[in-house]
Write a protein that binds this ligand. Structure first.
Ligand SMILES: Nc1nc2c(c(=O)[nH]1)N[C@H]1C(S)=C(S)[C@@H](COP(=O)(O)OP(=O)(O)OC[C@H]3O[C@@H](n4cnc5c(=O)[nH]c(N)nc54)[C@H](O)[C@@H]3O)O[C@H]1N2
Ligand SMILES: Nc1nc2c(c(=O)[nH]1)N[C@H]1C(S)=C(S)[C@@H](COP(=O)(O)OP(=O)(O)OC[C@H]3O[C@@H](n4cnc5c(=O)[nH]c(N)nc54)[C@H](O)[C@@H]3O)O[C@H]1N2
Ligand code: SF4
Ligand SMILES: [Mo]
Length: 728
């Protein structure tokens, strides 16, 4: 195999090749001189996992994507989404030019404009809002794409608005708040020490679907070492298949389960008292509180048989230190989610598992770092105490300094916050992600000015005044850390679509037009300057990494820390907190210092809507709003479906594939029934993110965790009606 610069690999066994005719070679997509097919190494980036991939290209077009093995972290695997990248790159919905709206908001009528006109207009409108109403009435927003967020915040700072919001208003940050309130600043999400643990607790994660290449691979490797596995998940999934103990709580009841486990551990004297005495505070108050959670009560709340819960608790204590794998979403997608996550995190403190080898440890150390790259960089905002959600979500404000909580974006645009948001500059906004996207569509109509930069003409783009085309991962020059210590440069593996630009070029372009500079002491004016700057921590130049198709090894920059160092935690007390003064000081309902359990069913009309509605449990082929347009992925399952346990279907006299009506207190929708024994009885599951059949239309946008502002996506209420009988 020969290698040249720009990550191109050519060649195969020549003798083999000469035996085939060119057509057969082409049909089989064999890379060689005869076919003109070349293989480049690239970064998939479809889901943010940054898997290295081998990209087969012919005549400048991507024709196939496979897993890569030449780069560290290259397992040779891709998931279904990676395998469908070709369809994502060349989809007819791709935006190719900047455009301005010519029709009504939502109508989808646009005309092509130049980049010059687009950037000049954006800067002009941003300045107008600032002059007329003050900079804070502009929101800077990023959807799931993350890599450019530090620079977006820098731009917001230069412009003067503290209102920087992202999809993290529904993802990860609630868990980060919980973990930081217990383990202190900087411990956003303690990670399992996968290489050393004897036992692993997976609490509401299904990495084999949600993080199939990296996370799923790590789990399978750990299982091969022979670890014990406890999984806490209402459904049966490929992950629960591997479990020694599988607990199936009713969604949203995790807090009660964790408190019940704590009670078992304490009453049986299995806690790590030495660790508790040395590193924690508030234990006595916590101990007294958990005594309320008797096995009988916990069984009643969670539906988990008490013997199973007790066995799991004893197993944890016996195998401590042990790690708990936590997710950015399910546990905190409940209206008591933040407190539930705190109760879970405290099991690590109770058993002496936080910060210990084989337990859960703060992420980061051991990895090479790139300057100002998203991972590890969180930029502070100017005037953060004036952001739109500061008063409403005080714990968020104290624990999440880097962005505003914007789940109530529709209210804020409609002027129901302290002040209205009049202008939105967004990168990858998808309004189908929030409860009641229909309300947001109405709200968009009130905006003075709205920009959205995306890969595709999405439903959200249709409401924007200006839309900007961005480059996909394979199209843009980027520098990434592969594995722990290899710096890899990716060039334009695929030709950028039309006039599309990188998000970074757009951010710096707007900065230039506004007459400001981002990047502080080392200003940047383009994606290329950003790449050069990011390499400064490694001592390498862009030219050097460009010449190395398999990347360049560099030194780990972040030293690993000892347990003693990790356990010098940055909470207000300097100790791991079973009771949080910070939470208590918020002086607001449900901001209790203890991880108090409030049951979501207390305030829901469960008599009328007896089924629990869980939305968005991940499926391998679906990724929020992004994959419905790709035929290879959309065709894998009839859509949209509502999944239900066979016994529940039987009771309702409903059959598989029957069209049924799902009714919630907000509205109703026809869906196709999928009878599926992996569901928990009494709970139905619908995936989210689709255009017309968007289950978020049926979620109440006031049904939020009062502490984190996260929607109760995983535990709302509904009923199912036969189509002909439905009166909704
Ligand atoms: N294919 C695919 N992968 C993705 C995504 C995607 O959309 N598609 N999204 C990405 C994003 S943004 C995120 S945040 C991650 C999420 O990653 P994961 O958390 O791994 O994914 P989920 O399937 O949402 O949740 C995991 C499991 O939690 C269970 N669960 C649901 N409700 C509860 C609950 O109340 N308590 C407990 N204990 N378990 C519960 C579900 O049954 C599910 O099997 O996935 C990422 N990866
Ligand atoms: N009911 C329900 N709703 C949910 C969830 C759930 O479980 N249930 N999960 C929640 C969670 S955890 C999350 S994270 C959110 C995710 O919500 P979103 O962030 O809205 O998710 P995506 O559908 O990935 O939308 C991101 C948009 O960014 C575009 N995009 C992709 N890459 C880039 C890029 O590099 N640059 C730019 N400018 N744009 C890009 C995509 O084309 C897409 O239009 O959804 C939340 N909503
Ligand atoms: S997990 Fe799949 S979609 Fe995500 S980067 Fe890897 S191959 Fe791409
Ligand atoms: Mo997420």
């Amino acid at each position: 195999m020969s290698e040249t610069a720009d990550n191109i690999r050519i060649g195969k066994n020549e003798r083999e090749i000469s035996m085939l005719d060119t057509k057969a070679l082409l049909d089989s997509k064999i890379p060689c001189d005869e076919t003109g097919i070349i293989v480049k190494t690239g970064i998939c980036g479809f889901c943010g996992d940054a898997c290295p991939v081998d990209v087969y290209c012919k005549d400048g077009k991507v024709i196939k994507v496979e897993g890569n093995t030449s780069l560290p972290g290259g397992s040779g695997r891709v998931c279904v989404k990676g395998a469908a990248l070709k369809q994502a790159l060349y989809h007819p919905d791709r935006l190719k030019y900047p455009m301005k709206r010519t029709g009504e908001r939502g109508e989808g009528k646009f005309e092509r404009i130049s980049w010059e006109e687009a950037l000049t207009t954006i800067a002009q409108k941003l300045s107008e809002t600032k002059d007329k109403y003050g900079a804070k009435q502009t929101l800077f927003y990023a959807g799931h794409p993350k890599w450019f967020r530090p620079q977006l915040t820098e731009l917001a700072n230069e412009y003067g608005t503290p209102n920087v919001g992202t999809e993290s208003s529904t993802c990860a940050y609630s868990l980060m708040m919980a973990c930081q309130s217990v383990f202190g600043k900087g411990v956003m999400m303690p990670m399992p020490d996968m290489r050393r643990c004897k036992m692993l607790v997976v609490w509401g994660v299904n990495a084999l679907y949600s993080n199939p290449v990296n996370g799923g691979g790590a789990l399978l490797n750990a299982l091969q070492r022979g670890i014990k596995l406890i999984v806490i998940d209402p459904r049966c999934t490929p992950t629960t298949e591997h479990a020694d103990i599988h607990l199936r709580p009713i969604p949203g009841t995790d807090g009660a389960l964790a408190l019940g486990m704590a009670r078992v551990i304490i009453t049986e004297g299995l806690q790590n008292q030495e660790y508790i005495d040395k590193y924690t505070i508030g234990y006595e108050k916590y101990r007294d509180y958990v005594m309320e959670f008797t096995p009988e009560k916990v069984e009643e709340i969670t539906g988990v048989p008490k013997e199973d819960m007790m066995e799991a608790a004893r197993c944890m204590a016996a195998n401590a230190p042990f790690p708990i794998q936590l997710s950015a979403s399910p546990v905190v997608h409940n209206i008591n989610g933040m407190q539930n996550a705190r109760a879970i995190a405290m099991l690590l403190a109770l058993t002496g598992s936080f910060g210990m080898p084989g337990g859960s440890v703060p992420p980061g150390p051991g990895r090479a770092v790139l300057k100002d790259a998203f991972m590890g960089t969180r930029k502070k905002r100017v005037n953060a105490d004036q952001d739109i959600s500061h008063e409403e979500f005080p714990a968020w404000a104290k624990l999440t300094e880097h962005e505003a909580q914007v789940t109530k974006i529709a209210d804020y645009i409609e002027g129901k916050g302290d002040y209205p948001l009049r202008t939105v500059l967004s990168f990858g906004m998808n309004h189908h992600m929030w409860p009641r996207p229909d309300r947001l569509e109405e709200a968009f109509k009130h905006l003075d000015f709205f920009v959205n930069a995306d890969l595709y003409m999405t439903d959200t783009c249709k409401y924007a005044d200006i839309i900007l085309p961005v480059q996909a991962s394979l199209e843009r020059e980027q520098v990434q850390i592969m594995g722990f210590d290899t710096i890899f440069y990716q060039g334009h593996v695929a030709e950028p679509a039309g006039e599309s630009r990188t998000d970074m070029d757009i951010i710096t372009g707007i900065a230039d037009k506004l007459g400001v500079t981002i990047g502080g002491d080392e200003p940047i004016h383009s994606n290329e300057e950003y790449l050069r700057k990011s390499l400064t921590t490694t001592g390498l130049t862009l030219e050097e990494v460009k010449k190395a198709p398999d990347g360049v090894k560099v030194k780990h920059r972040m030293p690993s820390r000892t347990s003693e160092e990790i356990l010098k935690v940055k909470t207000p007390s300097g100790k791991i907190e079973f009771f949080s003064e910070l939470m208590e000081s918020c002086e607001k309902e449900e901001h209790e210092g203890l991880p108090v359990y409030h049951d979501f069913r207390e305030n829901l009309p469960m008599d009328e809507y007896p089924l629990i509605l869980t939305t968005g449990s991940r499926k391998p082929q679906l990724f929020h709003s992004r994959t419905y347009r790709l035929p290879w992925l959309a065709n894998l399952e009839k859509y949209p479906v509502v999944e239900i346990h066979p016994e529940d279907a039987k009771e309702l006299c409903m059959k598989d594939e029957e069209m049924v009506v799902l009714v919630t207190p907000v509205g109703s929708m026809e869906l196709c029934l999928s009878v599926n024994s992996s569901c928990l009885r009494g709970t139905v599951n619908v995936y989210h993110g689709a255009g017309e059949k968007d289950i978020n239309l049926l979620l109440d946008d006031t049904y939020l965790d009062p502490v984190s502002g996260f929607p109760g996506y995983k535990s709302y209420c509904c009923r199912l009606e036969k189509k002909e009988e439905s009166h909704e």
